[in-house]
Design a protein around this ligand. Structure first.
Ligand code: BT5
Length: 276
């Protein structure tokens, strides 16, 4: 068995998340499986966890590097009674929840980059992909896909993102039991999902802003062929990024890849974040 399922199940007792757990040694994508379980009527709280993904997905058909034995690739099926337009708040909610869980293992340097990167020391330790299942115009399910680099040594990252990625092991020098990280993650998502359902996006937004690395930063956002530049002026009530270009009302950015630019010297730190 690749994960200690008994440990996971005991951590789930009495919780909303983990009522149904499907652990698989290998899968194309945990999000793909969780979405198909959602279509078959699987209950809220269903969790899929894989040791290896052969087609782990990021946004916009990008690939999430998912080798076996080292990391977490998990999807959580939720059925919030919200409008499809509110679903982007779930991505940011997941970011807050994951960042808080990661801080339990690495208290220093954890931050968020809009919309979906959890970073340590400016490098991506986790990516989040929220995907929705609509029935007609109603939101039937949201699948939160979370990939966390746990025991991944630097030299195992693909060269293409070696300079922008990190793992808990790289940041702390310690190997961790993946089950412990997984349970902290599920508990934190359980907590923040509860807050989101009870109180809406506002408390998530406040916490997101305190964890954000972007406030006041000069950034460039690329979406399809459109480029926007400006200073981050926060996030809106629905999770859109607010960008001030000096011309008055801030621009609302709902999707795109953000690059934080170094002020002054004209040097650009090329980093990857991306849009919905
Ligand atoms: C994401 O996309 O960051 C969302 C990744 C979500 C992955 C999870 S794993 C469980 C679940 N099942 C799935 O199939 N997916 C979810 P995006 O913002 O588009 O970032 C993708 C980019 O991050 C890539 O183009 C690479 O540059 C970089 N990248 C790929 N693998 C990485 C890794 N393991 N660690 C850090 N960066 C990585």
């Amino acid at each position: 068995m690749v994960f200690d399922e008994a440990a996971l199940r005991s951590g789930f007792a009495g919780k909303r998340i983990g009522g149904r757990l499907q652990v698989v040694p290998e899968i194309d994508s945990t999000n793909r499986l969780a979405l198909s379980l959602a279509r078959e009527g699987a209950p809220e709280g269903t969790v899929v966890l894989a040791d290896l993904q052969t087609a782990g997905r990021g946004r916009l058909k990008r690939v999430w590097q998912s080798p076996p034995g080292r990391n977490l690739y998990t999807s959580i099926l939720l059925r919030p009674a919200i409008a499809p337009s509110e679903a982007s708040g779930m991505t940011l909610m997941a970011g807050v929840a994951v960042a808080e869980a990661i801080r339990e293992f690495c208290p220093q340097g954890v931050g968020l980059k809009w919309p979906n990167d959890v970073r340590i020391g400016g490098r991506k330790v986790c990516g989040i992909l929220a995907e929705t299942y609509l029935k007609g115009s109603a939101l039937a399910a949201v699948v939160l896909g979370i990939g966390v680099n746990v025991n991944m040594p630097r030299d195992k990252f693909d060269p293409a993102h070696r300079e922008t990625a990190t793992s808990l092991f790289e940041a702390t020098g310690k190997e961790l039991a993946r089950e412990a990280v997984a349970l902290a993650l599920y508990a934190s998502v359980e907590r923040w999902y509860g807050i989101f359902l009870r109180e809406g996006f506002a408390p998530v937004r406040r916490r997101w802003l305190t964890l954000s690395e972007m406030e006041g930063q000069l950034i460039r956002v690329l979406f399809r062929d459109e480029v926007r530049e400006g200073r981050v002026a926060g996030i809106d009530h629905d999770g859109a990024l607010l960008l001030s270009d000096g011309s008055g009302t801030p621009l609302r950015i709902t999707a795109g890849d953000a690059t934080i630019m170094k002020d002054g010297a004209g040097k650009k730190e090329v980093e990857h974040a991306a849009g919905h």
